[in-house]
Design a protein. Structure first.
Lengths: 112, 117
């Protein structure tokens, strides 16, 4: 049961442009959402999160948008840098529950 | 994710053997989570442990898999009688507090890649 879906397995953007990574979920009980970045041969690293009481959270070049009615969230990276090239995982969980569900990931390549 | 240690990084086992995966959480962290990533799939939650207690094992397969987090030493994920379908990357994460609305960060280790031949 894929409750968190990242439908784009890969994304390629030019350095300096905006990267938009998308994530859809089906479980209406989810109310906390996170993005993780993963480099090859390393574990995922927490990037940014958002709770369902917000629709936007910004941290430097990274902004996460949440559309609860559409059950959709997105991660915007602007401007994109070559060092941002990695696999990005979207994750979601219900409040106070440890069963965090991850998407399959989107491989972002930022070309110099 | 600096600080969460997993070993071995790569483990090869023949069908029917046992696999033991170790996770040492970050200093000061008493909550450990295990995840499995099958090829081409996302991470899937397996089990959540505190020291000497299993809090949530809803993601653990019913047979052959077990986990512990003793008072002293690392957390262990144990897979008995491994089968080819167990081949995956197993990630451990730790946090200093139980996951909650505002404190929902887990620090991941580099993972153990298990290959069953």
């Amino acid at each position: 049961d894929q409750q968190v879906k990242q439908n784009s397995p890969s994304l390629s953007v030019q350095e300096g442009r905006i990267s938009i990574l998308n994530c859809d979920y089906t479980n209406s009980m989810f109310d906390y959402f996170l993005w993780y970045k993963k480099y090859p041969a390393e574990g995922p690293t927490f990037l940014i999160s958002i709770s369902s009481i917000k629709d936007k959270n910004e941290d430097g070049r990274f902004t996460v948008f949440l559309n609860k009615s559409a059950k959709h969230l997105s991660l915007h990276i602007v401007p994109s840098q070559p060092g941002d090239s990695a696999v990005y995982f979207c994750a979601a969980s219900p409040y106070n529950n440890n069963d965090m569900r991850f998407g399959a990931g989107t491989r972002l390549t930022v070309k110099p | 994710n600096a600080g969460v240690m997993q070993n071995p990084r790569h483990l090869v086992r023949r069908r029917g053997q046992e696999a033991r995966l170790r996770c040492s959480p970050m200093k000061g962290h008493s909550h450990v989570y295990w995840y499995r990533q099958l090829p081409e799939e996302g991470l899937k939650f397996m089990v959540y442990l505190q020291k000497e207690n299993i809090i949530d094992e809803s993601g653990m397969p019913k047979e052959r898999f077990s986990a512990e987090f003793p008072k002293e030493g690392p957390s262990i994920l144990r897979i008995q009688q491994v089968v080819r379908g167990d081949s995956a990357a197993y990630f451990c994460a730790s946090s200093p507090w139980a996951s909650g609305r505002d404190l929902h960060e887990q620090y991941f280790g580099p993972g153990t890649r298990l290959t069953v031949t």
